[in-house]
Design a protein around this ligand. Sequence first.
Ligand code: SF4
Ligand code: SF4
Length: 345
Amino acid sequence: MTTTDATAVERQIAMVLDLNKCLGCQTCTVACKKLWNRDSGTGYAYWNNVETQPGQGYPRRWQETGGRTADGAVKRGEIPALDTDYGRAWTFNHEEVRTGVGGGAGKPWLRPDGQPQWGPNWDEDRGAGEHPESNHYFYLPRLCNHCTHPACLDACPRRAIYKRREDGIVLVDQDRCYGYRFCVEACPYKKVFFDPQRNVSTKCIFCLPRIEEGVAPACARQCPGRLRFVGYLDDPAGPIWKLVEKWKVALPLHPELGLGPNVFYVPPVGPVAFDGAGRLVEDAPRIPNELLERLFGPRVHEALRTVREERARRRRGEPSELMDLLIAYDWNQSFRLPVRAREVL
Ligand code: SF4
Ligand code: SF4
């Protein structure tokens, strides 16, 4: 089924990630990579990645090119370079370490071959600011947003990218794809990956076969932080609607790009700051508001205020639906997905 008309989508599946709970463990990255993406042509590609913010991200400076113009036209962007933007998978001196040969007097250290200058997570945990007063960072897991107005879809002259009517998942029809890579250029989140060996574009499929069986995507189901919620935007009994529409604490990444992302984030409240004498300053957030506004737009302030208020309510021993939801006592409550396989087939 092919449609460029977002209004033709009957329902929209979505994910919410609570950034206050991400450990940066990369379990989601590995779960996704092992399940879907082990072709030799896409060794460099991570449909799901987790990057440190502030930081350059993966691929490097991903948000700088592509997207849409003010009047909605698709903006031509750039194709990230394998060596300097994505970073090739490294090889290591395993044999040298195993045999002990070539390490001089002592046992050789495990180290990458050559002298890599860049790779995914090159700047992991570096962050910004000065210790101890203002150093800060947080983790930002990223995947395709299965946008309501996908730039990748509109950029494709072959109409090889389509948005499923039944759940809004954005897919590449690889039989139609001619490998032009206009989609890679156009996606400002840089979440389409080109496979040069098969000459096709590939991207996150929101674990479509799992979704049709009512099972959450691997990145969400295997997350030890229990910070991912999956369901439909229009389901008032589900976690997505409650976090996005009711509590308004879950926000899209870079809403100003105009693509209508359907992956949402609860912004990180972050630890409090210290003054010059090392004393806690209770009402001074350590993660700068400007950084959060740059990522999540102006609504971030209201979302942070709500999370802080509900946390305080809970600390006073009062009930809070929002905190119960975000804590995710029972992982089953984080996912609300009907079993659909038999209806679809
Ligand atoms: S995030 Fe990029 S690849 Fe995913 S639907 Fe949006 S424009 Fe397309
Ligand atoms: S698995 Fe969960 S906690 Fe670990 S990096 Fe991914 S989103 Fe964060």
